[in-house]
Design a protein around this ligand. Sequence first.
Ligand code: F0G
Length: 480
Amino acid sequence: MTSVKFHSGEDLPLEMHKVRIVQKLTLLPVEDRLKAVQAAGNNTFLLRNADVFMDMLTDSGVNAMSDRQQAAMLTADDAYAGSATYERLAERVRGLFGMDYFLPTHQGRAAENILSESLVTPGSIVPMNYHFTTTKAHITRNGGEVVELIREEGLETTSALPFKGDMDTDALRSLAAGDRPIPFVRIEAGTNLIGGQPVSLANVRAVREVCDEFGLLLVLDASLLADNLYFLKVREDECADLSVGEIVRRVSDLCDVIYFSARKLGCARGGGIAIRDQALHDRLRSLVPLFEGFLTYGGMSVREMEAIAVGLDETLDMDMISQGPQFIAFMVNELTARGVPMITPPGGLGAHVNAMEFLDHVPQQAYPAGALAAAVYIAGGIRGMERGTMSEQRKPDGTEPLSDMELLRLAMPRRVFTLSQVKYAVDRVAWLYENRHLVGGLEFIEEPPVLRFFYGRLGATSDWQEKLAAKFRADFGDSL
Ligand code: F0G
């Protein structure tokens, strides 16, 4: 990784790439932002992208691609079966993870569907450091139960702990000693829902030991592995002198299965499952033609597959994988300096605002993280994502589990925004923090039974949004 010092003493993340294709952005006036968010049922997933200035909803499928990825797309081999593109991608995955078998899927959750359909049985439990929304939905759909074993400190919002994503292996051992079947243990790299917090290599090794003791399968969700690799390199002594490729192998050698969303890992659009054991591969394989497509494309466009192969290769470059975490750290540090409650230490994926504290006057039942997402859009045309109680699903008896954390995620798609845009986002969130007393809650108007956060619609519990927009106009004059 290149480290460049500024003579001024400023600590700035310097981009080690240049921009060669651009997309024009629009920033609507605040009155139009208010209308747009209300028309979207206060759900940022339902906003039109054309109405968004900074799209910080996710890093999924929206990271910038490199010139090498774009070039590779032109060499894609279009064939229903036996495409040379598949060979190239499978070889790349094999080279990266050292596993013999690769099944392509159209995205990450499709891999979760195949793993859950094949392995999860009614009454079984799947221990993991922390759940992801789609993972949990697939496991419970197949009658299994997710058991989260995140280390106790993982849920502390502010901390200096380098690996808050680690699993509590004592808890795993006690669970494994019980009598409920465990189809697999899942480790999520770069733990999404608790602020993109990484998992240490030492912890993966400790989990492996428990798996060996009890004959359990270890599955790694590598969707957010790129950020996690950066943190392993800079935060874990054992990795300091290793190349990124060597770090990947230290992790992957401990796992039986590695699946990933290539909308994140590899910076294109797709997914896949790497498998060590042939018998397991054969068992999982039968579902690929059923749900995805033939075994050599799995529902992906061959052009995207070429881009993924190159993207995986580029994941081994510290200049590439450091960009996200460094921009995120910049944003988190700037907001923290302005008093905004942020999840610390800065993790991967994006900057995570602690909505429970930001809006400590809004009860969890009124979705503070969802309300904050709507308010940040009104304040700056910035689209974030609620990661809190709205992202949970109701229990079978209809009661609502309150989320451990109420987060507003401001994702940092890699190499997409400039530093001045990040500074703009900091400015608007800081303004909102000063005016936080104006922000109220939300309530569901339309609530889908599964993954409700994707397309549920909500209304404000009072006229707080109008008041917020008016305050913006009063403070900013004729500025957008
Ligand atoms: N696992 C993790 C850790 C993820 O972050 C995601 C997606 C998936 C699995 C599912 O992959 O979207 O390709 O089907 N996360 C996206 C996000 C949706 O915005 O965080 P997918």
